[in-house]
Design a protein around this ligand. Structure first.
Ligand code: NAD
Ligand code: YCP
Length: 356
């Protein structure tokens, strides 16, 4: 009875209850309550961690090493490391969109999560976001929901983090010029991740509407060259990031410098494109998930090319990184990236909560 009352109090104060014994609150251990028992007894509601707070808790310096490790674990195909099926999608026909379900279990790390992500092929006039997401973090032993998090900040940062890892591994040494095509949410997170983790002498951006690119330049503050065409933006660029909502190719192989690295982030449906056939055929193609790319990437499926390797294969030393060749990293986005990012947010949140 007393235990229950205490737990309700802790709960009301949003003191997290989970099975990670490193974080047993002192009050609980004095009463010799196991933390799983506590969580189950208390029926503790999940903590809610929303946009600003996620952004304040997540930093590329900590996130990127975890993503790199997770990509390696994913490609090891060890079910004790990662179980992550290809995203299942439900079409939202009336709204020109999809709901994607992205469950992931990392048994060795004790991380269980799922992301629910809606993504849309928005018309030009729409002001609604292209991607809207929520990440649920659960305790794998009890099924107790530990946290509900804003998934947009997580999606933006983990996607940019994975692209930055691809560039670190696949761009040629001495790369100087970065070109970003598209100037939305992903463009912003990619700009931050790439300029924070790598170093470029010049950053160019292109948007199909020039005012979008000008707005982007003003909002990032740093030196950015706004380009009037895709060709102008990518000619001579060493690294190219495609983060558009386009469903037809925007980037053509004939403009791309041999040896450039392309991180292709948009076009996440089997009939959507961002890259043309000549680029896909010229490049050595890497993906986050081979299975995901074969199921979801129009650039891979419709060009008929083979995925040479997963990024995790390169991280694990199983496949080579062809830095001197033209390379494409086809990113579809993976649940395991959301899982490690959400887990990191939760760890940081707990550390902050216990300091108070
Ligand atoms: N690979 C992944 O893990 C992953 C994760 C999140 C988003 N995405 C995809 O990345 C893309 C960008 O996402 P976002 O959140 O930045 O979206 P956003 O809506 O914030 O930005 C989209 C950008 O594309 C531009 N654009 C719109 N229509 C275009 C067209 N026809 N041609 C060229 N540019 C066009 C917009 O002006 C804007 O700059 C989307 O396709 C999204 O589905 C992929
Ligand atoms: O992995 C994700 O979160 C995204 C969302 C949007 C479309 C493609 N994949």
């Amino acid at each position: 009875m007393f235990k229950k009352a205490l737990l309700r109090l802790l709960n009301a104060a949003q003191i997290p209850l989970d099975v990670d014994s490193n974080f047993v609150p002192n009050q609980l251990s004095q009463f010799r309550i196991s933390v799983s028992e506590a969580a189950a007894m208390a029926g503790a509601p999940p903590v809610i961690i929303w946009e600003r707070e996620v952004e304040s808790l997540l930093h590329y310096k900590e996130l990127i090493p975890r993503l790199e490790e997770a990509l390696g674990k994913f490609s090891s195909r060890d079910s004790a490391e990662v179980i992550q099926p290809v995203r299942s999608t439900v079409p939202l026909q009336k709204h020109n969109g999809f709901l994607g379900l992205m469950p992931t279990y990392m048994e060795n790390d004790g991380v269980l999560s799922t992301k629910l992500v809606c993504f849309y092929n928005r018309g030009a006039g729409s002001t609604l976001p292209s991607v809207s997401a929520t990440v649920l973090l659960l305790d794998p032993e009890s099924g107790h929901m530990k946290a509900v998090m804003d998934g947009e900040a997580i999606t933006n940062m983990r996607t940019a983090g994975a692209s930055a890892i691809s560039a670190k591994l696949l761009m040629r040494h001495g790369a100087e010029v970065l070109a970003i095509l598209g100037t939305g949410q992903q463009a912003l997170s990619h700009y931050k991740a790439f300029t924070e983790m790598l170093s470029f002498k010049e950053v160019r951006v292109w948007n199909h509407r020039r005012e979008g690119a000008e707005k982007f330049r003003r909002s990032v503050g740093g030196p950015v060259t706004v380009c009037g065409s895709v060709e102008e933006a990518v000619r001579g660029a060493d690294v190219i990031v495609t983060v558009t909502r386009s469903i037809e190719p925007v980037l053509c192989g004939r403009w791309v410098k041999p040896g450039a690295h392309v991180a292709a982030v948009g076009a996440c449906r089997p009939d959507w494109r961002e890259l043309d056939d000549s680029l896909m055929k010229e490049a050595v193609v890497y993906a986050d998930s081979r299975e995901g790319a074969m199921a979801e990437s129009g650039d891979v499926i419709l060009s008929g090319v083979e995925v040479f390797a997963e990024l995790g294969d390169v991280i694990n030393g199983i496949k080579p990184a062809y830095r001197e060749k033209t390379t494409v990293f086809k990113s579809l986005g993976m649940g395991v990236e959301d899982a490690v990012a959400a887990n990191l947010v939760y760890e940081q949140w707990k550390a902050k909560a216990y300091k108070l």
